[in-house]
Ligand binder design. Structure first.
Ligand code: HEM
Length: 400
């Protein structure tokens, strides 16, 4: 069993979370640096941040816990908050109710449904990049990576495209403010109230006049024989907002960052774009940024950690995805790697519902970008910061 991470070490708000160490093939997470030391020697450690939680640092144990929903419940998925007052659907449901939602949602996110959207996805990416290519640089998260998936998602949910700027502003207020910008969380709370009110209005509109979109369709579903009430529709909208809005931009950010800092690999994908899908998978693997958490339903030992019923367990996907027992040169993005078993989209019943859409968007973003802006670099003085409970990239200024 591992060490105790004390309060000061465990708090990372406001500190740079990445080191630029090219020997390791990319940024190293400050927490991750500790995990890298521990992989192979320790199975986990206890953090004393907030009410305390366990952090599992053993690759197979992380995956095992994600698959064992009976012992590791999704009633809370936030390590800092074992008893949340909010509900996100389907992420915070356990089977069997969870399985009903997944079955109903599955068809909207299936490989076939997603593939049919490819022309629209490609056109949207191309339009946004065309608007940038004749300039000499841009903050690419704001001007491309965030707009692109948000637009696709809004169309899918049937939300008016004119609301894009409002959505981007909410995403910023909800997910990207530093402690200094919002010390008491008041701005975040205001944004959350506005998002809630917005979705309440959209739900009410569709109750009166159904449209041909995912939101309207979901209102006709029944769960355990009952129609979905407004509270659950709302919990579903809030989860979709969070799940779809930040993850793809972060991944596009890491992809552009990676190819900006690895010109030899950029030259390879320019010469042979068929290497892009493997490159995208490798970037998802090496720069894994989602850190799920679960609540133990009984006393259990996982990765050597003696977890008590009711305690929270953090399960960083990067631990499995960078496990040297699982991958040769685990920190290297290898454009020719054959293994395709990363868990950047999670594992078990909650594995990402949007993974096919996310993969399409990422591949299209990388392809269309390099077709138009093949030569670029990270602007001087750039600092990458993590935010929220994901190891995300918050801003990235590129020059070309
Ligand atoms: C590269 C982009 C993405 C990554 C890395 C990612 C990653 C993940 C991960 C790791 C989970 C599991 C969380 C857990 O176990 O607690 C998850 C769940 C989920 N994701 Fe994604 N995601 C991405 C994009 C998307 C997109 C584009 C959508 C939808 C438009 C989406 C919708 C969802 C939903 C609805 C869930 C909850 C599934 C459930 O609880 O059954 N994701 N995602």
């Amino acid at each position: 069993m591992g060490t105790t991470l004390d309060e000061s070490e465990g708090t990372y708000e406001g500190r740079p979370a990445y080191h630029f160490d090219n020997r390791l093939g990319g940024p190293v997470l400050s927490h991750q640096e500790r995990w890298d030391e521990m992989v192979g020697t320790h199975g986990g450690f206890r953090s004393t941040v907030a009410r305390g939680f366990w952090v599992v640092t053993d690759g197979p144990a992380v995956q095992e816990a994600l698959q064992d929903w009976r012992t590791f419940s999704s009633k809370s998925v936030t390590a800092l908050e074992p008893d949340p007052k909010f509900l996100w659907i389907p992420e915070m449901l356990d089977p069997p109710t969870h399985s009903v939602w997944r079955r109903l949602l599955g068809r909207y996110f299936s490989p076939g449904t997603v593939a049919a959207r490819e022309p629209e996805v490609r056109r949207t990416a191309a339009e946004l990049i065309n608007a940038l290519k004749d300039r000499d640089g841009a903050e690419v998260l704001d001007e491309f990576a965030r707009r692109f998936p948000t637009l696709i998602f809004m169309r899918m949910m049937g939300l008016p495209e004119d609301d894009l700027p409002t959505f981007l502003a909410w995403t910023r207020e909800l997910l990207h403010l530093s402690h200094a910008e919002d010390p008491d969380g008041a701005r975040q709370l205001t944004a959350m109230r506005e998002v809630s009110a917005y979705f309440e209005e959209q739900i009410a509109l569709r109750r009166r006049t159904p449209l041909d979109d995912l939101l309207s369709h979901a209102m006709t579903w029944t769960i355990d024989g009952e129609p979905i009430n407004d509270r659950d529709m709302h919990a579903f909208c809030i989860l979709m907002f969070q799940a779809g809005f930040d993850t793809v931009p972060i991944s596009i950010g890491w992809a552009l960052y990676h190819f900006a800092t690895h010109p030899e690999q950029r030259a390879e994908i320019l010469a042979d774009p068929s290497l892009i899908p493997t490159g995208v998978e490798e970037i998802l693997r090496v720069y894994s940024f989602v850190v799920p958490a679960r609540k133990a339903t009984q006393d259990v030992e996982i990765g050597g950690c003696p977890v008590r019923a009711g305690e929270m367990v953090m399960l960083p996907l990067a631990v499995t995805n960078r496990d040297p027992e699982r991958y040769e040169n685990p920190l290297e993005v290898d454009l020719h790697r054959k293994a395709t078993n990363h868990i950047a989209f999670g594992s078990g019943p909650h594995r990402c519902l949007g993974s096919h859409l996310a993969r399409l968007e990422l591949n299209v973003a990388v392809e269309e970008w390099h077709r138009r802006i093949p030569d670029y670099r990270v602007a001087a003085g750039q600092e990458l910061w993590q935010h929220g409970n994901m190891y995300g990239i918050k801003s990235l200024r590129l020059e070309w």
